[in-house]
Ligand binder design. Sequence first.
Ligand SMILES: Cc1cc2nc3c(=O)[nH]c(=O)nc-3n(C[C@H](O)[C@H](O)[C@H](O)COP(=O)(O)O)c2cc1C
Length: 313
Amino acid sequence: MDKKARLFAAAYAFSQEEATHFLLPGKEVTIEGAQELLSSLLRQCDGYRTIEDIVTSTSKETGYEETDIWELVDELLVRQILIEATRYYLLFHVASANPMPFWHNLSEEQVLGMVTKGEYFLEQSCGSRPTSLEQLLARRESVREFTGEFLSQEEIERLAWAIYGKAVTFGTVPSGGALYPLRLFVLTPSQEQGRWNCFQARAEGLAPTGTITHETLVHGFLNDANLLEGIGAVYVLACDFLQTTQKYANRGYRYALLEAGHAAQNAYLWCAEQGIGVVEIGGFNDKALSDLLLLSYPREAPLTTLLVGRRKL
Ligand SMILES: Cc1cc2nc3c(=O)[nH]c(=O)nc-3n(C[C@H](O)[C@H](O)[C@H](O)COP(=O)(O)O)c2cc1C
């Protein structure tokens, strides 16, 4: 454990009889005994003080051995009652995962009423002939009906490059601090019925990482089998959060999301140019998708996905 790390108490605590109870999202954790020690320790975990400093002063205040307090800190960290302040983003990431622990109960009518009327969209200037990029931008759209035809290997690879490939200086997208924390995964239908091939994008190409069943993939998309009907490839943009938060701490989390958005837009533009259908899907099961990609969730986690295929005309 980094002794200089700063600790933040993330759970509300209250004492009852001989135990301390902690309220965490959707669950209660109870620790028997050591109430005076817990109370002294937790009061100091404001996110600004280092573990080293907290342990020393708790020992002075309560008379407990420092080694015992280190052990308790360890346990509280494992139980997520304490968190390292620079990893605060993980709380939000988990609280916003699917299946959602907290959600709005909305009727279909309410949802429809929320769709934008477009009052903040700028009309395309019709002064001069639109450039090729402007034409692509104007044609960009989500497609939800696919024919089931395979995409060629070349199409799959070229799209992977457009999403998160190497450009002249760094990548096809900008990245805060040039840290490039995203990992691109591609899943394609296998020749073997009912299975998908998984690949991870690496400098040398798309490296096979194994195969999964169609049911496993459907589970990754919240059991919405219709979503995957006729799809030719699934692209998943995942993030190694440590790579960005080691520099930017919690703000690195925002940068990762923004970077994934850049990459997703590249997919939309490439597909618009090629006449291929694409839809971005944020409605996936975070843990299930992580598991099938062999990610160490939540340190590594999927941020967004793109379903791609030949569009039904
Ligand atoms: C971050 C993000 C998440 C999205 N997630 C979903 C999704 O889970 N399901 C879906 O059908 N569409 C999803 N979409 C696609 C939007 O519904 C679509 O972009 C929107 O309706 C506008 O339509 P257009 O892209 O054709 O202009 C998502 C788009 C974005 C940017």
